[in-house]
Design a protein around this ligand. Structure first.
Ligand code: PLP
Length: 403
């Protein structure tokens, strides 16, 4: 019978901890504790398989809004029969000029790795220089680049919750230690600057993720508080995800604070309705942008997305008009819900949280009527659903379907 080497092993100071490079065998005396399977033993060799990183062991996929084709197939639903209130996207769709731009894409060529044309237009729109802008494959990619560029395993990183789950997922993959401050439904998920400041003082995180306005609560970040935190913690990177800023009329951007340790992320998948093409950008001080660029895979933003971005930015009138209309639709929906006895939480955006008895039951019940809402259980809110307002006609269908 084969005895594992660690059964009688004693640590020895003269032994190297590494396997013999020729036999790949680990000498018994080298191993004070059970090692990984000893590769030279035939019984073990047969079972040896490539192992993913330990950080992946408990890493679950993050639930998102938008029903997937897979779920529709399982439920026997046809996409045309489903109204999706679970994804916070402009329901009026992209500017018509986007479709025109997509007919001339040179798809046999690599896309511009520097996204020069798009960055040039963005720089003009944002009154920034091009070195302050990095284009990414949606804000989702940029979040992961931030973690790759600025977080080491074991670093503390802070997340203000409940919020978009990808910040914590990317941090978990990096084996960072996540510290949290959490808003509660009792005061409609208000941000408490003093409580956050004391958490920052205590934890001194390397990175802080903030969402402005926040998904799923629709709460805005107090920018004066952000400026104070950023000044008090110059070595901390404050990442402000402004994916939904265009849906909050009159709200200011954290860009206005112009701090060396504030990075802003913007999405063109939501307001400009380019979700299927994937497009976002980071704006911030050049050294921060340079670090993100260093870890970005080449050509991650395809040619169609770049051209669509340029076309969408060339039609600000479409964006203004569609978002103004959506704001009215959202206000009317919230009023109608209140009139029927529901109590939606106040929100600066077109999406909002609605308290229900059981979110998963409510989602299933509405789905049977062809309506998709976001079950907020994954945000730690099993008694809330998130609804993103759609056009007036669609909202009427939602009101009709609600119990
Ligand atoms: C707050 C927030 N940031 C970023 C994203 C992802 O944005 P993108 O589509 O640009 O990757 C989402 C998507 O739901 C989100 O809710």
């Amino acid at each position: 019978m084969w005895n594992p080497p660690w059964a009688k092993a004693r640590p020895s100071r003269s032994c190297s901890p590494w396997p013999n490079p020729v036999t790949r065998c680990t000498c018994a005396r080298m191993m004070p504790t059970p090692p990984d399977p000893t590769p030279c033993h035939p019984a073990v060799m047969k079972k040896a398989v490539p192992r993913p990183r330990a950080a992946l062991r408990d890493l679950k996929p993050e639930p998102h809004g938008a029903i997937t084709p897979g779920e529709m197939e399982r439920l026997g639903l046809h996409p045309s029969a489903v109204l999706d209130f679970s994804a916070n996207i402009n329901p009026y769709g992209p500017s018509p000029s986007v479709r025109d731009a997509l007919t001339h894409i040179p798809i046999a060529r690599y896309p511009d790795p520097d996204a020069l044309a798009l960055r040039r237009v963005l720089a003009r729109h944002l009154s920034q220089s091009m070195e302050n802008i990095l284009v990414g494959n949606g804000v989702s990619e940029l979040i992961w680049l931030v973690v790759l560029a600025f977080v080491e395993p074991g670093d503390r990183a802070m997340v203000v919750e409940p919020t978009y789950g990808e910040y914590a997922r990317a941090l978990r993959l990096m084996a960072a230690t996540i510290v949290r401050w959490r808003a509660t439904p009792d005061d409609h998920f208000a941000i408490h600057p003093d409580a956050i400041a004391s958490r920052l003082n205590h934890e001194r995180p390397r990175v802080v993720f903030l969402c402005h306005p926040n998904n799923p609560t629709g709460q805005l970040l107090p920018l004066d508080a952000l400026a104070t935190w950023a000044d008090a913690h110059p070595a901390t990177l404050f990442v402000v995800d402004e994916a939904y800023l265009p849906f909050a009329p009159g709200a200011e951007s954290a860009l206005a604070l112009n701090r060396a340790n504030i990075l802003v992320l913007r999405s063109m998948t939501k307001a400009q309705a380019l979700a299927g093409l994937r497009l976002g950008f980071a704006v911030g001080p050049a050294p921060l942008i340079h670090a993100l660029r260093q870890v970005q895979p080449p050509w991650s933003v395809n040619a169609a997305a770049q051209a669509a971005g340029v076309a969408a930015l060339a039609d600000p009138a479409w964006l203004r008009a569609s978002l103004a209309r959506l704001q009215k639709d959202a206000q009317a929906l919230v009023q109608a819900l209140r009139a029927r006895g529901w109590a939606p939480h106040p929100s600066a955006t077109h999406f909002f949280l609605l308290p229900v008895e059981d979110a998963s039951t409510m989602r299933a019940q509405l789905l049977r009527r062809g309506i998709v809402v976001r079950d907020a259980t994954s945000f730690g809110l099993p008694t809330h659903i998130r609804i993103a307002a759609r056009t007036a006609a669609d909202n009427a269908r939602l009101l009709h379907a609600l119990p």
